[in-house]
Design a protein around this ligand. Structure first.
Ligand SMILES: [Cu+2]
Length: 507
């Protein structure tokens, strides 16, 4: 196993602290916008209807052996057309979004990884920009060795063969692969490194529906490159000014009148939250991060933070016409002035057209999905998330900013349960993500009421949950099957890079 071979000290932090303190005062403190309760008129971002909707391309499987999926994956800079502008993005295999890897439960996934990112010096964290690795967000697999090992660090030119044994992964769900090299994660994912990893479900009732994958991402360009991160971006989380579904602005998806489609949606943005709605249509949630729910849960809108996935069924109106899939304003705490907190964005347009069909949404999805009772005597662990106020560009878990030499470490025993009570002591929401083991949400204090209701009443398995600003979340975490050193962190990836990450040592 290779641990970071080229890990430079964060030389710039002293300078950064000074500048940030000055700036924070100028902005009137950490909030930088509406602290509470204020309303603004949404900024409407309604681009013209774009090209026909396309799913991400599928990653070619080079294996001829049943039960083995084998892919070649190369991290590299490549020209990508972003809304008419050709920009050099950081990609997997030269495409954005990266190709979807398709596997099924029980498969062995082999990834022949090559790091062809060029060495281009150090970033603001003091880390060489080429260092990367691969995280399979959502997979219940080993975090050790050549599996989902986010302690690895691969230099430009390095090859590495990953292997993921999916025999204990519980079932069908949409996962998400992206880099996880501490200090570089935010810049690399912002630059375009993200792909879907679909574990097929074995639910015959769902097989007949037209199904699509939608990767939501925003970006800003500076000339022919992704806009560079600033210190403010690391504190606030970087949002872009071009919002895309599968790399396209406002693509048009055709549905027949009355047709039911299934959409598997992943928020692949660094920091932008989406509050999705489709006119007067209900979005019927049938699955979440970790798999299918027992039945559809009708929602008029769905809040989706970075790293979360949602599996929805939508029944098209019987009235032909155009319907906008919107992202509505949601104040995550730092974005009221310019970002998603104040914006109503048309992400995609549904064109209801053609000959009517009579589809219906099944009443039962996965009868075996249940909410677990909390086992008697389950111990509680308290995890507190906080941000540096005046002290510097840092974020903390239980008061410690993660580094390779110092981290809050949770010590757990395999095949036990724990309750994790996660407190947010900052004025921003933080999507809390734990690797390897999904959890069920016992309770949420604060935040969006529909989000709270959905995830505290349905048998959802979550690996990413919003911890509302000033609020808390209580999770029931089964620690199953795998020992090893893994991680939990904020999925606003800038916050992860500045330290809002802890180690999880499972023995
Ligand atoms: Cu955060």
């Amino acid at each position: 196993m290779k641990i970071s071979q080229r890990y430079a000290a964060p030389l710039l932090l002293g300078l950064v602290s000074t500048l940030l303190s000055t700036h924070a005062i100028a902005m009137g403190g950490m909030g930088g916008g509406c602290m509470m309760g204020c309303t603004t008129t949404p900024t409407v971002i309604d681009p013209p209807r774009g090209a026909a909707f396309q799913d991400p391309v599928t990653m070619p499987n080079i294996s001829t052996i049943s039960g083995i999926v084998e892919v070649n994956m190369e991290a590299k800079v490549a020209p990508i057309n972003i809304n008419g502008v050709t920009a050099n993005l950081m990609t997997y295999n030269g495409t954005y979004p990266a190709p979807t890897i398709k596997v099924k439960k029980g498969d062995l996934l082999k990834v022949h990884f090559k790091n062809s990112l060029p060495y281009t010096g150090l970033n603001m964290m003091g880390d060489a920009r080429d260092l990367t690795n691969l995280h399979t967000h959502g997979l219940h697999v080993s975090p050790e060795g050549n599996s989902d090992n986010t302690m690895l660090s691969l230099m430009s030119g390095e090859l590495f063969d990953y292997e993921y044994d999916l025999s204990l992964h519980p079932g069908g769900n949409l996962n998400f692969y992206h880099p996880h090299r501490h200090g570089n994660t935010a810049e690399q994912m912002w630059g375009g490194m993200a792909g879907a990893l679909e574990v097929a479900d074995e639910t015959p009732a769902l097989a007949a529906y037209e199904t699509h994958i939608m990767m939501l991402k925003d970006i800003s360009l500076d000339g022919a490159a992704p806009a560079a991160h600033t210190m403010d971006d690391f504190m606030s989380g970087k949002e872009g000014n071009v919002m895309m579904v599968n790399g396209k602005v406002n693509p048009v998806l055709n549905m027949k009148p009355g047709q039911v489609q299934r959409w598997k949606i992943v928020n692949a943005s660094n920091a932008r939250f989406y509050k999705l709605s489709l006119g007067s249509h209900n979005l019927q949630v049938i699955g979440s991060d970790g798999g299918l729910l027992n039945k559809p849960y009708a929602q008029s809108s769905i809040l989706l933070s970075p790293g979360e996935r949602v599996d929805v069924m939508v029944k098209a109106s019987t009235t032909k016409g155009y319907y906008k899939l919107l992202s509505n304003p949601y104040d995550r705490g730092m974005s009221m002035m310019s970002g998603g907190g104040s914006q109503q964005i048309t992400l995609l347009t549904v064109n209801v057209t053609g000959t009517a069909v009579t589809n219906s949404i099944p009443g039962t999805i996965n009868a075996s999905a249940v909410r677990l009772a909390v086992p008697a005597g389950t111990p509680t662990r308290q995890i507190t998330l906080s941000m540096g106020m005046m002290g510097g560009m840092e974020a903390y878990i239980n008061g410690i900013a993660f580094s390779e030499t110092n981290a809050y470490t949770a010590h757990s025993s395999v095949n036990t349960y724990e309750i994790w009570e996660v407190f947010n002591q900052s004025m921003m929401d933080h999507p809390f993500h734990q690797h390897v083991n999904p959890a069920q949400v016992i309770s949420i204090s604060g935040g969006d009421s529909a989000y709270k209701s959905l995830y505290t009443t349905s048998p959802a398995w979550k690996d990413t949950v919003i911890v509302p600003k000033g609020g808390s979340v209580k999770l029931l975490v089964p620690i199953k099957d795998y020992t090893g050193m893994t991680m939990f962190h904020c999925h606003i990836l800038e916050h992860e890079d500045i330290g809002m990450m802890g180690l999880w040592d499972i023995r």
